[in-house]
Design a protein around this ligand. Sequence first.
Ligand code: NI
Length: 189
Amino acid sequence: MGGFVDRRAAFSYLTAMAIRDILILPDPALRKVAKPLADIDDGVRALMDDMLETMYAAPGIGLAAPQIGIDKRLIVLDVSKTEEEDEKEPMVFVNPDIVWTSDETALYEEGCLSIPDYYEEVERPAACRVRYLDRGGDEREIDCESLLATCIQHEIDHLNGVLFIDHLSKLKRDRITKKFTKARKRAAA
Ligand code: NI
């Protein structure tokens, strides 16, 4: 038994996953409203794996498809914040919709892989309920609170072309957008 190898699993592990490039502010693709996924096939599942790999490599705790230039309503999360492979809790949400939010709000310091090295406190509903399709295409609902609630709202914002800086004052938003726009021009020059 010791010599048994699941070749299909090994094959998919070795070939399927790839780290994608993350788009950075002010890339216009970050401002588009993403389209719902009609069905979840092997191509979509491979994309989920790439997104998780990209998120873990960054490292980050959430990633939305538009951040890698994919115009689809798909997000991945892992709020377990562990380095241990067997303790990771990857989560995948297709076509997620917020169906309820609490009146109570919470303040979290947020960051974004598309706005590197910038962190600000954002106020959002402290809890929410999200309806989505899972990896197998089944409809599910999840009740979220604390870090998961904040993170899932942040990622669903990405699907609507909204960034966490849009929740800050106009002054702060303009300042950080200007800084990244200058950096992009410098890099292109
Ligand atoms: Ni983000």
